[in-house]
Ligand binder design. Structure first.
Ligand code: SF4
Ligand code: SF4
Ligand code: FES
Length: 248
């Protein structure tokens, strides 16, 4: 028998001076293969046209629909209601600036993060449009591609205790982005260059290593491996800095 689902949804419009944070309740009959994305659209079409939430691809690719689903960050378009109890609580991702209701601004944070880690291949080679593509070892290309699969949804940052307490923390998404360049042989930056960016409390040494980030990542990125690799490399870079002949 089809269930009636009860949604408790956070509501607040920070642009509206008379709006106050509260929860609204909506009841909806469950249909087969219903996702939270479908449910939210039905609530907006049938019950409250003012409900704010984000989506774009509906296929787990754009990262726009991330929210806190019964206490756990996840993608609305990838979450089936059949996997949830009848009472469903939806909150916006913490940490990011609230736009309204379930919609948050992840874009500004991700743009700043990309600038902080200088998210491009640093090379001294001059660009030659007639040059042939340089081959790369398949295994290495796959390793880099694996880290490129981040969809910038913000779930890992929202689940991270350090990030929520310390807004200047790079978070798993930022550390993963840097790790992508550390393993890319085309990037000419040295470990000391990377140490300047993440060898501090705002970077890898602020990470407590409890791995909520990896638990919630909807793309199952190997965040644990990247955090471990960076901690090891940056630890050694820090030790090298302490040697008397390396001190400036
Ligand atoms: S392991 Fe590090 S980055 Fe991941 S959630 Fe914990 S503190 Fe945050
Ligand atoms: S690392 Fe995973 S959880 Fe974090 S932003 Fe990228 S896809 Fe989302
Ligand atoms: S709508 Fe794009 S990831 Fe959910």
């Amino acid at each position: 028998m089809a269930r009636n689902l009860t949604f408790s949804i956070f509501r607040y419009n920070p642009q509206d001076p008379i709006s106050t944070p509260h929860t609204d309740t909506f009841v909806l009959d469950e249909t087969s293969h219903m996702t939270l994305f479908i449910a939210l659209n039905r609530i907006r079409e049938e019950q409250d046209p003012g409900l704010q939430f984000d989506f774009c691809c509906r296929a787990g690719i754009c990262g726009a629909c991330a929210m806190v689903i019964n206490g756990r960050p996840g993608l609305a378009c990838h979450t089936k209601t059949k996997d949830l109890p009848e009472n469903i609580t939806l909150m916006p991702l913490p940490f990011f600036t609230l736009v309204g209701d379930l919609s948050v601004d992840t874009g500004t944070w991700f743009r700043n993060m990309a600038q902080r880690v200088r998210s491009w291949v640093h090379t001294d080679k001059k660009f030659d449009p007639r040059a042939q593509e340089e081959p790369m070892d398949n295994a290495l290309a796959e390793e880099i591609y694996e880290l490129e699969r981040c969809i910038e949804c913000g779930c890992c940052v929202a689940a991270c205790g350090t990030a929520v307490m310390r807004p200047d923390f790079l978070g798993a998404a930022g550390l993963n982005r840097l790790a992508r360049f550390v393993i890319d042989p085309r990037d000419r930056r040295t470990e000391q260059d990377y140490f300047e960016i993440v060898g501090n409390d705002q970077g890898i040494f602020g990470c407590m290593g409890l791995l909520a980030c990896e638990d919630v990542c909807p793309k199952h990125l190997p965040l644990q491996d990247q955090l471990g690799m960076l901690r090891w490399k940056m630890g050694w870079a820090g030790v090298m800095n302490l040697l008397p002949w390396n001190r400036k």
